[in-house]
Design a protein around this ligand. Structure first.
Ligand SMILES: [Zn+2]
Ligand SMILES: [Zn+2]
Length: 157
């Protein structure tokens, strides 16, 4: 039986057919990942470095261009803000202070995630995160709109 540990790299693809998140763990035998919602099958190609949590090639689109960002759920943040704002009427704004503290605390603890520019796949627990730069608008535009392949060499400004 395969048990996953907290250090294993996890992959969250977006189903091109229905837009749901498809979760996969690296496996050399895996060739297809299946969407739980619409059973659409997505081809995947894992290498031994993926099993070690090292991300050089995207297992979904085979590109090498990634960016890192904090794993923060904006939607949850907005909902919490609305609740705190409503409560602040009775708490004289204290709930907003509490929210700010929670936000600060959560944000500091958040681990960075890695995202593929081309196919938007999200990778967690990536060992080589430090080598991957943050989001670059110019790279994103050129990859998404002009289908440019940077081959893993980020733009230097
Ligand atoms: Zn689907
Ligand atoms: Zn990709």
């Amino acid at each position: 039986m395969n048990s996953t540990t907290a250090t294993d790299m996890t992959i969250q693809m977006t189903c091109p057919s229905c837009g749901s998140g498809v979760h996969v763990l690296p496996s050399l035998e895996a060739e297809l990942a299946e969407c739980d919602i619409c059973q659409h099958q997505l081809p995947v190609k894992f290498q031994s470095e993926h099993l070690q949590g090292v991300l050089k090639d995207c297992p979904c689109c085979t590109r090498k261009d990634f960016y890192t960002q904090k794993d923060f759920n904006r939607k949850v943040g907005v909902i919490l803000f609305v609740i705190a704002a409503i409560l602040s009427i009775w708490t004289y704004g204290l709930s907003l202070v509490a929210l700010w503290l929670v936000d600060l605390f959560l944000f500091k603890r958040l681990k960075p995630i890695v995202i593929c520019y081309k196919c938007q796949t999200v990778f967690r627990n990536v060992k080589n995160t430090a080598e991957i730069p943050g989001f670059d608008h110019e790279m994103n535009d050129r990859i998404v709109y002009a289908d440019h392949n940077f081959e893993g060499k980020p733009l230097s400004h």
